[in-house]
Design a protein around this ligand. Sequence first.
Ligand SMILES: Cc1cc2nc3c(=O)[nH]c(=O)nc-3n(C[C@H](O)[C@H](O)[C@H](O)COP(=O)(O)O)c2cc1C
Length: 217
Amino acid sequence: MTELQAIRERHSVRSYQKKPIEPQLAQALKERIDELNEKYDLHMQYIEPAGAVFSAFTNKFTGFGNVPAYIAMIGKREEGIEERCGFVGEQLVLYAQTLGLNTCWAGMFKRRQVTAEIGEGEKLVLVIAIGYGVTGGRPRRSKKIEDVTDVRELPDWFKNGIEAALLAPTAVNQQKFFFTLEGDIPSVKVSANGPFVKLDLGIVKYHFEVGSGRKVF
Ligand SMILES: Cc1cc2nc3c(=O)[nH]c(=O)nc-3n(C[C@H](O)[C@H](O)[C@H](O)COP(=O)(O)O)c2cc1C
């Protein structure tokens, strides 16, 4: 499965089968995490079992159930860390999808139950639940292309990028981003306030880059 296919097939999944992740898949994820930590100067960690991070209390509000594992998104407490976590974490989300696993970014979880190592000067930004979904999830409502750009004559690559961006997970499905094009240089900005909009922006940028084959600023 390519990353673009993973983008098309992925949906957030909150209910998981009660089974641990196969050791080869967990190993593959850990190796990818190591590579990406090195490349992007992050300290992401794969944690299994998830313990009480998705506790009964949290589950009642968010619908999480039987989460077997999670990825803790951790990095230096510095400017741009949220966006970087989004950009890199989404690479893991899509990779997990190609491995036949399901995921859900989670802003609501029991922070104090996270057993990952958080070094001095580092910050736990968010977690990503991961496991075998009871189902693969389902499509949700989405903004349209014309809601997220004022470009009216869209080159194919730009349209492909935006279509991939509209399939990106965003907190509470807010999709608060807006694309512009100057010459042939695409850029995207947060369009309104909301929870985790900076993190969303990183996720959306990654989807655009996969969809369009171009870098976005
Ligand atoms: C930064 C971020 C935080 C999120 N936090 C939660 C959460 O706490 N609980 C939850 O159930 N879903 C959470 N989600 C999942 C979104 O609700 C979901 O991505 C959105 O509704 C779009 O659906 P989709 O991922 O299936 O495309 C989060 C997503 C993102 C990107």
